[in-house]
Design a protein around this ligand. Sequence first.
Ligand SMILES: NC(=O)c1ccc[n+]([C@@H]2O[C@H](COP(=O)([O-])OP(=O)(O)OC[C@H]3O[C@@H](n4cnc5c(N)ncnc54)[C@H](OP(=O)(O)O)[C@@H]3O)[C@@H](O)[C@H]2O)c1
Length: 238
Amino acid sequence: MKKIAIVTGASRGLGYATSEALAKRGYKVVMAMRDPEKNQSEINKLKMKDLDVTALKLNVADEKSIETFCQNFKKEFGGVLDVLVNNAGIFIDNEDGGDSSVYKTKSSTIQKTFTTNTVGPFLLIQKLLPLMIDGGYGRIVNVSSGMGQLSDMNQGYAAYRISKTALNVVTRVFSQEVASQGDILVNSVCPGWVKTDMGGKGADRTIEQGIKGIVWAATLPKGGPNGGFFRDGEKLEW
Ligand SMILES: NC(=O)c1ccc[n+]([C@@H]2O[C@H](COP(=O)([O-])OP(=O)(O)OC[C@H]3O[C@@H](n4cnc5c(N)ncnc54)[C@H](OP(=O)(O)O)[C@@H]3O)[C@@H](O)[C@H]2O)c1
């Protein structure tokens, strides 16, 4: 039977490419996104390639939307889940000038970023992990960032950095929770600096390079690492 994967923020960028890559590896992929209708033509491009993808509405910054998404997912896919890629994310520090100085960062920017980048993934894991425990198998990938690395912390972009450091805590907490509950692995992955809408044209990596480590963590064999932080499959310091 095909493994089932959920990828959040699948409308574009790394999420779209990860969905395509997993579908090409034979997964049934649920592409979770805010506006499936708006992105229908992009989803159709994957279907035209005979890839098994379905779009499902999800706003990770809205707890009710997360609840509805999980209910709809369970109804449509029979309560089985093998892979969850928490990819959806925002990077909005530039909007209030918080890129240059931490003194310009608004609390609303921190809260909005935290809700999307940290609380959303937390709630999705909390609600969906029981399906993996029931099935005795699961791979959870939290798409984090080197900008959240405590051992390599820099100035600026405080909201984004805080949200990704905290996302790494989400990885650690759940990885410890599942450590003795079957073949379930929870890891953080940094894709590097990637040419997407978020990364911009000046980024030094292609989307193909960026998703490599995400797909690696989503398809780890039994006995693979649990509770780690990786880029391209190589361990990063926290
Ligand atoms: N690009 C980089 O250099 C880089 C580096 C390190 C880490 N990352 C991380 O990689 C992940 C993907 O980034 P990307 O570069 O592909 O960014 P992107 O091109 O800006 O795409 C972001 C994706 O997240 C979705 N999203 C944002 N808020 C959402 C919400 N509330 N609910 C559901 N979906 C939401 C967007 O959906 P809409 O289309 O609806 O807006 C879009 O699909 C992020 O977590 C980012 O922090 C990226």
